[in-house]
Design a protein around this ligand. Structure first.
Ligand code: HEC
Length: 146
């Protein structure tokens, strides 16, 4: 996707977006899974993996096996294994550094001017974020971390 070179009044980066995402995910049931829904969610795992490879794999190793990533960036597996609050961090990754400079939610305003424009910007929909989180959740379950 081409970087946006828009120079019109961007909204200040806000954490409101984060709460919208969290609220939407709760409404869609992602964060409140019972066993029955969990089975339905499982169908999203392959899509979540390929979305993760596409959008997160530029920096993170996202699979259980090694593939591309930046060595200074923690892999999904390492984060799930090493961080007891991995779930909360994944639920809020959009607001956590360095992501606001690289990734934004579809429908939010254009990239704010103060952010670096050298790298390719990623725009994700809520559905895509949900699928990525379903994939991460699945991986955590395989690792015995949830
Ligand atoms: C441009 C590179 C880049 C991309 C693309 C990227 N990340 Fe990250 N991410 C990082 C770096 C670097 C860190 C480590 C930040 C730190 O340690 O402060 C990180 C940290 C994280 C963390 C832990 C955050 C924290 O505060 O502990 C999560 C969760 C995460 N990334 C999820 C994702 C997901 C999901 C995607 C894809 C939708 C993604 N990242 C895409 C570079 C990236």
């Amino acid at each position: 996707m081409a970087p946006s070179h828009s120079r019109q009044n961007p909204p200040a980066p806000s954490f409101a977006g984060l709460f919208q995402i969290t609220a939407a995910l709760i409404l869609s049931g992602t964060l409140l899974l019972g066993p029955a829904q969990a089975a339905g969610q499982k169908a999203k795992v392959p899509a979540g993996l390929s979305l993760s490879e596409q959008h997160c794999g530029r920096c993170h190793i996202v699979g259980q096996d090694r593939f591309a990533g930046i060595s200074s960036t923690p892999s999904f597996k390492i984060m799930i294994q090493a961080l007891d609050d991995w779930q909360e961090r994944f639920d809020t990754f959009m607001a956590r550094k360095p992501h606001p400079a690289h990734i934004r939610l579809e429908g939010d305003g254009p990239r704010p001017d103060h952010l670096p424009s050298a790298s390719v910007e990623v725009v994700l929909t809520l559905k895509e974020i949900e699928a990525i989180l379903v994939y991460v959740d699945h991986m955590a379950r395989e690792l015995g971390r949830n």
